[in-house]
Design a protein around this ligand. Structure first.
Ligand SMILES: C[S@@+](CC[C@H](N)C(=O)[O-])C[C@H]1O[C@@H](n2cnc3c(N)ncnc32)[C@H](O)[C@@H]1O
Length: 255
């Protein structure tokens, strides 16, 4: 039987490690907080945090990390990892489409487009939940949620990562399965070699893709104001919505 990739956080962490530049990405979040937030930022919440790859760097900058996820294994993994690094974190076991935190956070972010929605209604529902759990004037940073290049909506890549004696081959593919409902099928497959033991992990998902101009219209219907968007985690390189870019990083602020 093939297991799910998200139920195996230790392998998922290794698999995605080569695709990140944690320092650069957290620097971006820090700069955004300082430049655009209307509230003083003490806490940063990652939506769909998974293995919480940014915990240590966020804590180094002096912020309290909060991780929200619907997978207990991912949350337990994040807590154990943070404990080893002597970092204090908070977690929320919740569905990102239907949640309200008891204590509001100052800043939210989501990585790798991890908003699990099947249509625009669900996206708006998600924004409502984030808004209910975020202080007024606080930011929501979205990475890879908006398509920046029509040629990148579909695609496939293969990558290789290694940690100690564990090697992981990553295969990722996404293709349009329903153009009228803007639905994409994505498949993440991890081929793990753990000290000679071979394990295959699979994570399929169907989600709806969002184009730049409809994103702006949807934001007008939400509790957020659109502030700006960028070509990657580079606060000096703006995305203008016209020229293609590899991936969009967008900053919203709660009104
Ligand atoms: C692609 S992983 C992203 C993990 C991490 N943010 C990263 O940068 O690698 C997506 C995560 O979202 C979580 N997730 C999926 N659907 C969710 C939902 N409806 N509510 C909360 N978390 C969800 C999964 O359990 C998984 O840990």
């Amino acid at each position: 039987m093939v297991s799910k990739a998200y139920n195996n956080p230790e392998y998922y962490e290794i698999a995605l490690s080569s695709l990140r530049n944690v320092k650069k990405e957290v620097d971006f979040l820090d700069k955004a907080a300082k430049k655009y937030s209307k509230v003083k930022v003490y806490s940063m919440m990652e939506i769909g945090c998974g293995n919480s790859p940014y915990v240590e760097e966020i804590s180094k900058k002096g912020y309290q990390f909060v991780g929200l996820d619907l997978n207990k294994r991912m949350l337990d993994f994040s807590k154990t990892k943070a404990k080893k690094k002597e970092v204090d974190i908070k977690t929320a076991y919740a569905n990102m489409l239907n949640f309200k935190l008891k204590e509001k956070v100052d800043f939210c972010f989501v990585l790798f487009g991890s908003i699990y929605r099947k249509n625009h209604e669900e996206f708006l529902q998600h924004l409502k939940c984030v808004s209910n759990s975020l202080k007024k004037g606080g930011l929501y940073v979205l990475h890879m949620v908006i398509e920046g290049d029509v040629n990148e909506i579909e695609g496939k890549f293969i990558d290789y990562s290694k940690r100690g004696n564990i090697k992981v081959k990553v295969e990722y593919e996404k293709r349009v399965i329903d153009i009228s409902r803007q639905l994409l099928q994505e498949n993440l497959t991890l081929f793990v070699n753990d000290n000679g033991k071979k394990i295959k992990l699979f994570e399929p998902n169907i989600y709806n893709f969002i184009l730049p101009q409809e994103f702006k219209l949807m934001i007008k219907q939400s509790d957020f104001e659109f502030l700006d968007w960028f070509d990657g985690f580079n606060i000096n390189k703006k995305f203008d919505g016209l020229r293609k870019c590899e991936y969009v990083v967008c900053i919203l602020r709660k009104k």
